[in-house]
Design a protein. Structure first.
Length: 165
């Protein structure tokens, strides 16, 4: 189990709003370097006729705990839940460098496996690396996390890359 840097003043000072999630109006925030890369990525996608939206960025321990508790209720145990939702303290979202991504045209695909069937996902597969983003949990990943085509992390600077090593 990987533990990531959690909320602290150093991370807080680098968080930048990149928009609001359409279903909850929750502010989505990333570290400044990831936010700048996100803006460039979404501008280029827009020029290609796609509307990429942010779903979730930085998460506090308390928010992650609420998601994990819901996953336990849904999947029946902590072990089963952890294959779908990271335990509090172990989420890439705590770093301010991870983002869940959606397709404006397909809200039913938000944080769901069918996201991989959207044009946005195809575009990300072909282009995200140019902006410093990579898919965190591909199929059969070494961490044993279920495939999450919507979950990407920013590794576009040496400092960001080091967080995930």
């Amino acid at each position: 189990m990987t533990v990531y840097p959690c909320y602290n003043e150093a991370i807080e000072s680098t968080l930048v709003s990149i928009g609001k999630y359409r279903q909850t109006d929750r502010d989505v925030r990333l570290r400044a370097d990831a936010a700048a890369a996100w803006r460039t990525l979404t501008a280029e996608a827009s020029a290609a006729g796609l509307s990429i939206i942010p779903i979730s960025g930085f998460r506090t321990i308390a928010y992650q705990d609420s998601l994990f508790q819901r996953a336990i209720a849904k999947h029946g145990s902590e072990e089963a839940a952890a294959r779908w939702v990271a335990r509090p303290g172990c989420s890439e979202h705590h770093t301010g460098l991870a983002i869940d991504i959606g397709d404006e045209e397909h809200p039913a695909c938000d944080v769901e496996p069918p996201f991989e069937e959207t044009r946005v996902f195809q575009w990300l597969q072909e282009n995200a690396a140019r902006f410093g983003f990579e898919l965190s949990f591909p199929r059969n990943n070494s961490r044993g996390v279920h495939y999450e085509p919507w979950h990407w992390r920013f590794i576009g600077t040496p400092e960001a890359k080091q967080v995930f090593q």
